[in-house]
Design a binder for this molecule. Structure first.
Ligand SMILES: Cc1ncc(COP(=O)(O)O)c(C=O)c1O
Length: 386
């Protein structure tokens, strides 16, 4: 069986992830940050080490600036709904996932009434790329945030976050980057890229379990303005009935997913040990093999820039005369290949690529994918196309 759905969630997980979760459940078990006994202290230590590992990975100076959430979607909602106010102007691009688009559309829509923000969606090219000059043109005096996907979950195209960071600084607004598709697979440095809010998910290229994710909050973000999504028990300042105002507790109410975080810690350490540049080299090589193979099959249209160096290991295509759903079913049932078909929670991206509403077939590789698996998938697509 070949698993080519790593853009939805990575699998299999590397050795150590399940073991770390089992260790937490069987040997630690306690609630982190809630009690003074040694098991609780140990649980708190494990959770803090995950913050440290992520801070190292993203070059965040203070690990306490890493805030955990259930997934990237929750972290995006925290950043957008927590920070944006009536009258603010926000700029995003047309390759965004619905985890960005839906909160922004809701904040800008008629139901927001007098609280509404205004939103500019900058069009990307039909290959899924964004010209940073178009971002700068969209800036207004009331622009408070640029929100950008680091890489498309549909065709893998990389967007110019570093240039967007420079634009955000020039115009005194914040840059929020949705790194759901790149954290763990592509180098990210909040200092060099000038990212103010970096959203990550734990269950994709960070190779942790589902139920983990979060955001790194930069020093330019006014914490007084960034409201929490939820308030409640934090284990700190228990004498007070008001929410603590310090990081990370202000944004982390309720018992943490410590079992999941233990697994995420093992995943991030695996990524750090292998090294993001090595993972990236491996994925670029396999992506090139996949793109070259697919573009050579008559009747197959591949979307995006067709350049492995400018995208992640996610490749979308269609076969003339076949519905994406039929291709997906045949790959699963006849060839034991797991992929994802349709619109991938990103209708705006498909509109940009010209594949709306039928969508596409998406093959997404991972750090553990082999060249042999790519070749087997190419043979299967060739057979279906013929
Ligand atoms: C670009 C992008 N943003 C956000 C998300 C949402 O991630 P999560 O499932 O962790 O909420 C995804 C997941 O597919 C994604 O690809």
């Amino acid at each position: 069986m070949i698993y080519f759905d790593n853009a939805a969630t990575s699998w299999p997980k590397p050795p150590g992830v399940a073991e770390a979760m089992l260790h937490f459940l069987n040997q630690v078990g306690a609630n982190p940050g809630r009690s003074g006994h040694r098991l609780s202290v140990e649980a708190g230590r494990i959770v803090y080490q995950v913050r440290e590992a992520l801070a190292t990975l993203f070059n965040v100076r203070d690990p306490l600036r890493i805030v955990f959430a259930a997934n990237a979607t929750e972290a995006l909602n925290l950043a957008l709904r927590g920070y944006l106010h009536a009258g603010d102007h926000v700029i995003t691009a047309s390759m965004e996932h619905n985890s960005v688009m839906r909160p922004l559309r809701a904040l800008a829509g008629p139901s927001a009434g007098r609280q509404a923000i205004t939103l500019t969606v900058v069009p990307c090219s039909p290959q899924g790329f964004l010209d940073p000059a178009d971002l700068e043109v969209a800036i207004r005096p009331e622009t408070v945030m640029i929100v950008l996907n680091h890489a498309s979950n549909v065709c893998g195209s990389l967007l110019p976050v570093r240039e967007a960071g420079a634009i955000a600084r020039r115009h005194a607004c914040l840059l929020l980057v949705d790194a759901a598709q790149t954290a763990g697979a592509y180098p990210l440095d909040v200092e060099a890229d000038q990212i103010d809010l970096l959203v990550f998910t734990g269950h994709k290229a960070l190779v942790g379990p589902m139920g983990t994710g979060g955001l790194a909050i930069g020093e330019r973000v006014d914490l007084g303005r960034l409201d929490p999504l939820k308030r409640g028990g934090t284990g700190s300042r228990s004498e007070r009935q008001e929410q603590p105002d310090f990081l990370p507790d202000k944004y982390e109410s309720g018992t943490a997913n410590a079992v999941g975080l233990a697994g995420l810690g093992a995943g991030v350490r695996w990524v750090l040990d292998r090294g993001v540049p090595a993972i990236r080299r491996h994925e670029v090589e396999l992506t090139r093999r996949l793109i070259d193979g697919l573009t050579g099959i008559p009747g197959v249209t591949v979307y995006g820039g067709l350049d492995a160096a400018r995208q992640t290991a996610t490749v979308s295509f269609n076969i003339a005369g076949l519905l994406p759903s039929d291709v997906g079913l045949a790959l699963d049932e006849e060839h034991d290949i797991m992929c994802r078909v349709g619109l991938h929670c990103a209708p705006a991206a498909h509109e940009t690529l010209g594949t709306f509403p039928q969508g596409s077939v998406r093959l997404s590789l991972g750090a553990l994918t082999t060249a042999g698996e790519v070749d087997t998938a190419l043979e299967a697509v060739d057979k279906l196309a013929r």
